[in-house]
Ligand binder design. Structure first.
Ligand SMILES: Cc1cc2nc3c(=O)[nH]c(=O)nc-3n(C[C@H](O)[C@H](O)[C@H](O)COP(=O)(O)OP(=O)(O)OC[C@H]3O[C@@H](n4cnc5c(N)ncnc54)[C@H](O)[C@@H]3O)c2cc1C
Length: 568
């Protein structure tokens, strides 16, 4: 008998929302996470979550249009419509669960402006929005009957007869491997920021979900679409949230000019992230930077305002850059932040093609939601505060759809062959002779390579260099030993497996980048600077072949917004 109806891998916002929805729909649910749930990266989200809820001048139609335009017309419009339509209800649901959103002077839920949005529609809790929501959801999980496997690491998905039936996972406390079976598995394992160095992402954001799915035959989509956030600290990559610009901060070059007036006359600092990151890079490259950065100036917002609404950002700049932003501008530059691509799903979060037409390859019984998935609502560029929205809207949908699916499935038994395979694989790694090369070396080389060649601007030659390097690193990975061979919290072993996941994702990112012969959204090629709707208004796909990644394409779903020139 299967251990659970639903197993959710990941306890960030997407995973928790999925688990709550499945529980409410009457399923026997388990949620599993490699870190304590509230340490998931969702906890680090600062700025807020979008919804056209305030009415007044705003409308869902406008939210949809802004998202389509922000995506550089690569987002699937049916998915975007669904997300924006559900957004207001989701915010109210979160409120009812207990999230204490900031309110305005009239006691109504307050909003702040965010990039690429025609109206201020970002709901927030100071600059700790993710933390506030995640903790409230964890309370809901604790009071429910959801089984929570905390500090368990998934090593493999179990697929038999083309159907996903559970996972092999390691209890990190004891090093014990176990098979956990379920009629439906929902992957909500987050992004892959750490394949780049530096990144704003937590060290745990290693693309495990994408790689797990890729390895069992699922399709990865638009992996080349990697977001560089305009305001990160040099060197360590720490994020200063878009909330700063949302509250009115300026971007200045070395001459003290608000240079965004040149690149985006209307929206200025609040243009889309890809646009702002490119503008900053141009300023720096043309000699108007300050030590490889430009300046984020908040002084005119006033000390009291900064300390009330941007307390965490103030502290981060002070701690990590040694700058008190109430008194001086902070040097910042674009840094890796988010991946728009991920595991291809339909709008109901299924990884397989339910139509039976086999338009893309997937795995029955396997669902995906949140940053690990590509529905796709962000296309070539994600708008700030649309990611938290995606996690709750599609997390909930995953929980509901997977429950209906699980209820229609017969019971089954899974052999322990998968478990044995993983045991042997780990033993083989432990038995490798010691050598000079290490997980840390390969990880750093991968991160630096990706940051050099798949950042704000790209070229054919640079991406070829990166793809070649990733291949070389994958070969080196095959002989990398693990120093520590103990059972209890063997983080050396975990880092080793995470590196394997990241290398798979890096390979897919290079593959997508090399395939897309145009510039769109975050994929800005110096050698092909224009968007090419005639040939490239389509998604790139990557599946794992016997000799490496196999690239393909899928059409973009257009409902009513035809591509236009994108100006801000
Ligand atoms: C610094 C920062 C600030 C941000 N601010 C905002 C913002 O203001 N607004 C916004 O909309 N977006 C923001 N984002 C983006 C947004 O926070 C993320 O995209 C979103 O929270 C991802 O949620 P998730 O549930 O998909 O994944 P995560 O929250 O990353 O959770 C992933 C889960 O998967 C588990 N997991 C992964 N691999 C394994 C494995 N092998 N075995 C077991 N468990 C595993 C992890 O333990 C974790 O529980 C921000 C991102 C960062 C990095």
């Amino acid at each position: 008998m299967a251990d659970h109806d639903i197993l959710v891998v990941g306890a960030g916002l997407a995973g928790m929302r999925a688990a709550i929805a499945a529980y409410r729909a009457g399923a026997n649910v388990a949620m599993l996470s490699k870190v304590h749930p509230v340490r998931s990266h969702s906890n680090a989200a600062q700025g807020g979550i979008n919804a056209a809820l305030r009415g007044e001048n705003d409308s869902t139609e406008s939210h949809i249009y802004d998202t389509v335009k922000g995506s550089d017309y690569l987002g699937d419009q049916d998915a975007i419509e669904l997300m924006c339509n559900d957004a207001p209800r989701e915010i109210i649901d979160l409120e009812h669960m207990g999230v204490i959103f900031n309110r305005d002077e009239n006691g109504r839920l307050g909003t702040r402006a965010f990039g690429g949005a025609s109206y201020a529609r970002t709901f927030f809790v100071a600059d700790i929005t993710g933390q506030a929501i995640l903790h409230v959801m964890y309370e809901q999980i604790m009071k429910s009957g959801v089984r929570s496997y905390e500090e368990w690491f998934v090593t493999d998905l179990i697929v038999e007869d083309g159907v996903c039936k559970g996972v092999v996972a390691m209890e990190m406390l004891t090093g014990r491997l176990r098979t956990i079976t379920a009629k439906a598995v929902i992957l909500a394992a987050g992004g892959v920021g750490r394949a780049f160095e530096p990144s704003t992402n937590a060290l745990i954001c290693t693309g495990d979900g994408m790689a797990l799915a890729y390895r069992v035959g699922a399709t990865l989509m638009d992996m080349e679409m990697v977001q560089y956030h305009p305001t990160t600290l040099k060197g360590n990559g720490v994020l200063l949230s878009e909330a700063a610009r949302g509250e009115g901060a300026y971007l200045l070059n070395s001459k003290g000019e608000r240079f965004m007036e040149k690149y985006a006359p209307k929206m200025k600092e609040l243009a889309s992230r890809d646009v702002v990151s490119r503008s900053e890079t141009t300023e720096i490259e043309e000699g108007r930077g300050v030590d490889g950065c430009v300046l984020l100036d908040l002084r005119h917002l006033g000390k009291e305002n900064i300390l009330r609404k941007l307390r965490y950002i103030h502290e981060a700049a002070l701690e990590f850059a040694g700058v008190d932003m109430t008194e001086a501008p902070v040097p910042i530059r674009p840094g890796q932040h988010y991946i728009m691509g991920g595991i291809k799903t339909d709008v109901d979060t299924r990884t397989w093609d339910e139509s039976g037409q086999n338009r893309w390859r997937g795995v029955k019984g396997l669902f995906a939601a949140g940053e690990t998935a590509c529905v796709s609502v962000h296309g070539g560029n994600r708008l700030g505060a649309n990611s938290l929205l995606e996690t709750v809207v599609f997390g909930k949908r995953a929980g509901e759809v997977a429950t209906a699916y699980a209820k229609s499935q017969p019971d089954f038994h899974v052999s322990d062959a998968h478990l044995k395979d993983r045991e042997h694989a780990i033993k083989a790694v432990f038995d490798r002779p010691a050598k000079k090369d290490s997980v840390a070396n390969v990880r750093l080389e991968m991160g630096k390579t990706m940051d050099e060649h798949l950042a704000v601007y790209r070229t054919e030659q640079g991406m070829q260099t990166a793809a070649k390097k990733v291949k070389e690193l994958k070969d080196r990975y095959k002989t990398l030993p693990v120093g520590h061979k103990g059972k209890v919290y063997n983080t050396d072993l975990i880092f080793h497996m995470e590196l394997g996941f990241m290398l798979d994702c890096a390979e897919a990112i290079c593959s997508g980048g090399l395939l897309r012969k145009e510039s769109r959204g975050a994929h800005a090629r110096r050698d092909m600077p224009n968007r090419d709707d005639a040939n490239w208004l389509k998604h790139t796909t990557t599946i794992m072949g016997p000799d490496g990644p196999v690239a393909g394409t899928l059409p973009v779903t257009i409902t009513k917004w035809q591509p236009q020139a994108r100006v801000y």
